[in-house]
Write a protein of this length. Structure first.
Length: 231
């Protein structure tokens, strides 16, 4: 049975939305206004191209997945934790089983933390992008969220355990050769892998997927860069 994957991102291109047809299960935009109120609106065409790229990577790994488009990046407007939290609540209500969050916020916000906890309590797998180095990024740093970073050692269908299951790595490359998107694209690859494995198993819990990652990693530990190798 197809798995529902929610993308909290910049939306989808009209061409991709049309190609998906009925497999695009729902779509909405979430924007915080000047008074701090998050308003839900109709989703518009992807203004950045990022969400379309992310969707392509998810579908490359899970071709029959159904998508839920939760748009939080709109041209000229910064994304807020409150908008991401509202999008996450809505995506779960739409039946999302996997939620891809190829984004990172530097500030920990209660509303976002509570939304992540509620989604996980409902059995939803949350996959979020995170840098391999640097300070905490949210929602990747919240308990239970699967944090993913780019790892150039990984090819299609491969992953690494950079820091155990606290930080997983995957290829940072986009669909087009030479187009890298770092942790954003790596997270999308893991979300696609999760959707494919969930569908193949008929039912698969988030903890079971983590066990699968532990058992099948192609690389263990951090990627060594040239300067580190020469030291």
């Amino acid at each position: 049975m197809p798995v529902k994957v929610a993308l909290i991102d910049s939306g989808l291109s009209p061409a991709l939305a049309a190609a998906l047809g009925g497999r695009l299960r729902a779509g909405a935009g979430f924007v915080e206004d000047a008074f701090g109120v998050v308003r839900r609106q109709a989703a518009v065409a992807d203004p950045l191209g990022h969400g379309t790229q992310v969707a392509g990577l998810v579908l490359a790994a899970a071709p029959s997945a159904e998508l839920i488009n939760a748009q939080v990046f709109v041209a000229g407007r910064p994304v807020s934790a409150a908008a991401v939290a509202a999008a996450l609540h809505w995506a779960v209500a739409q039946g999302a089983q996997v939620v891809n969050l190829s984004l990172g916020l530097h500030d920990d916000r209660l509303a976002l933390g509570l939304a992540c906890a509620a989604a996980q309590a409902a059995g939803v797998l949350l996959v979020a992008s995170a840098p391999a180095r640097g300070g905490p990024i949210y929602p990747a740093s919240y308990p239970g969220v699967l944090a993913v970073s780019g790892d150039a050692r990984c090819g299609d269908g491969e992953w690494s355990l950079i820091n155990g299951l606290a930080l997983v790595g995957a290829s940072p490359q986009g669909e087009s050769p030479g187009r890298a998107g770092g942790a954003s694209f790596a997270a999308a690859r893991i979300s696609g892998l999760a959707a494919a494995r969930f569908e193949a198993a008929g039912a698969l819990s988030a903890p079971a997927f983590r066990s699968l990652l532990r058992a099948g990693a192609s690389f263990i530990g951090r990627e060594r860069h040239q300067e580190e190798s020469a030291a």
